[in-house]
Design a protein. Structure first.
Length: 502
């Protein structure tokens, strides 16, 4: 294929659609903004509606003979050194599920880093896959998880030789990266695929000073959220494929099973335009972002009570393999305030929103969309936060258990626990019971409790104290956590009986 990265097939097709003055008697019903509510038009602008056309029978013909989307996906694959790329308008939450379902099926095993996003757990529930959890590399001092090591995956495969493959998250929302080449080698030695949840790594292919990305490291499938660190619109995601361990047609059918039949051309256009932008200007744009991040890091490090987590904090023996400096993660422990307090204060007093917050940190991601004006406002707001901190102290204490007490035993498959008979019990009586729901501090969205895991006092104290300190727990049925949804006693006993008979 002749590759011309100055082209943007989706955007060009939209231009042609409007040039021809097409008149649609088909969805969407707003009919190129004419039927949209005037107040909505005044807020969103007509450009949103003008770009909202059918992908098939609008942007392309009825049988998609113009290959508009296909050509855009081919260009994206070339840009990141993949063999196949698929666009999705349902976010990486869908993409990672499609990847999982293309590797393992019901009651088959998949090795998964326990620092996985809640969307991975949703995939387990939908597919009935049996997870084999691979422990992250825990930094007990900082209460932070880094991606599992290749040695941990090797050990897990030895214990579970019937596993169908592996899934690892890299980079993490904090910027910690796995040794993907080594993990891929562990999988490929067995003829098995590696899936990488690279949702936070859309920018990695476009500057030599950034960590290696999944396709270059040998992964079979990687999932990328272009809206996170790229220029795509929210929900714009791609998944890439290389090699023959997972057939391209199989991955596509799994994605079709989950995806919408009414994809947004707006999101396709954002993905297509971002790829062109990065291929033509990516190294320059990423280079500027790296310079800005370095300046922000240096400036924040000078603020009393604040420490910017850096390579020396994250990388080394039993820690992360590499480090992305663009998520500027700021440790506030010496300042005496929590990340929850800091995020709320910045939002209220400076109209500054950070991308993550936990019991002791906030994260301010720098992208190619920033400049010295935006980063200057960030640093100024952080200086004001430091001055205001005495009035915010003391930080409500979140009782974070040591790593060994954070891990819960998997008593049932996530699917069986989630869909089986359940009941609500008071939090004070939940220890020892098997969870029937996810409980996820968000962001970053890594579940502390999965369906099928046996609850313990330390984890319940962590969640309750975190909630009182300002932690966001969006997914339990009782958002106040007065009660917890657990597997009914009879169902738990029946499952134990079935296992004992095997």
């Amino acid at each position: 294929m002749s590759v011309d990265h100055t082209r943007a097939p989706v955007l060009e097709a939209l231009v042609e659609y409007h040039r021809q003055g097409r008149l649609a008697f088909s969805p969407p019903g707003h009919k190129q903004a004419r039927g949209a509510d005037p107040d909505v038009r005044s807020v969103l602008g007509d450009a949103v509606f003008l770009g909202d056309v059918l992908a098939s029978g609008g942007l392309d013909d009825r049988l998609t003979r113009g290959r508009v989307l296909e050509r855009a996906e081919e260009l994206m694959a070339d840009a990141v050194h993949a063999e196949h790329t698929f666009f999705t308008t349902c976010g990486s939450s869908l993409s990672v599920k499609a990847a999982m379902l293309s590797v393992a099926g019901p009651h088959e095993k998949l090795l998964i880093g326990r620092d996985a996003h809640k969307s991975v757990v949703s995939g387990l529930i939908l597919a009935g896959i049996e997870p084999v959890w691979v422990e992250p590399q825990w930094d007990a001092e900082r209460h932070l998880a880094h991606p599992p090591s290749a040695a941990s995956f090797e050990k897990a495969f030895e214990a579970h030789p019937d596993a169908k493959g592996a899934l690892v998250t890299s980079p993490t929302p904090y910027g910690a990266c796995a040794d993907l080449r080594a993990i891929a080698e562990v999988c490929h030695r067995r003829g098995l695929p590696l899936v990488v949840d690279e949702a936070w790594g859309a920018h990695l292919p476009f500057h030599p000073e950034l960590p290696s990305w999944a396709m270059d490291a040998g992964a079979d499938i990687c999932v990328t959220s272009v809206h996170k660190m790229g220029s795509g619109l929210e929900q714009g995601s791609v998944f890439h494929l290389q090699g023959d361990r997972v057939p391209a047609e199989l991955l596509k059918t799994r994605a079709d099973l989950l995806g919408t039949t009414s994809p947004s051309t707006l999101l396709y256009a954002g993905l297509d335009g971002w790829r062109r932008q990065m291929c033509l200007h990516g190294e320059e744009l990423m280079g500027t972002a790296l310079e800005l991040a370095a300046e922000v890091r240096a400036a924040v490090e000078q603020i009393d009570g604040m420490h910017v987590d850096d390579r020396a904090d994250y990388c080394g023996p039993d820690l992360a393999d590499d480090f992305d400096p663009l998520p500027v993660v700021i440790d506030l422990e010496e300042l005496g305030v929590s990340g929850f307090q800091a995020a709320d204060w910045l939002h209220e007093h400076h109209a500054v929103d950070v991308h993550l917050s936990d019991h002791r940190r906030i994260g301010a991601q720098i992208t190619h969309g920033d400049d010295r004006a935006t980063t200057g406002e960030l640093v100024s707001a952080l200086k004001d936060l430091a001055h205001a901190a005495p009035d915010l102290r003391p930080a409500p204490r979140t009782e974070v258990p040591p790593p060994a007490e954070l891990r819960l035993a998997q008593a049932l498959l996530p699917r069986d626990a989630f869909f089986g008979p359940a009941e609500h019990v008071p939090l004070s009586k939940a220890a020892g019971r098997v969870a029937a729901e996810l409980i996820t501090p968000y962001p970053p969205g890594i579940p502390a409790v999965l369906p099928g895991e046996r609850l313990t006092e330390p984890v319940l104290r962590y969640l309750r104290s975190g909630l009182e300190a300002g932690m966001n727990l969006p997914d339990p049925t009782d958002r106040r956590l007065d009660t917890v949804r657990v597997v009914a006693r009879d169902a738990e006993r029946a499952e134990r009986g079935r296992r004992s008979e095997k």
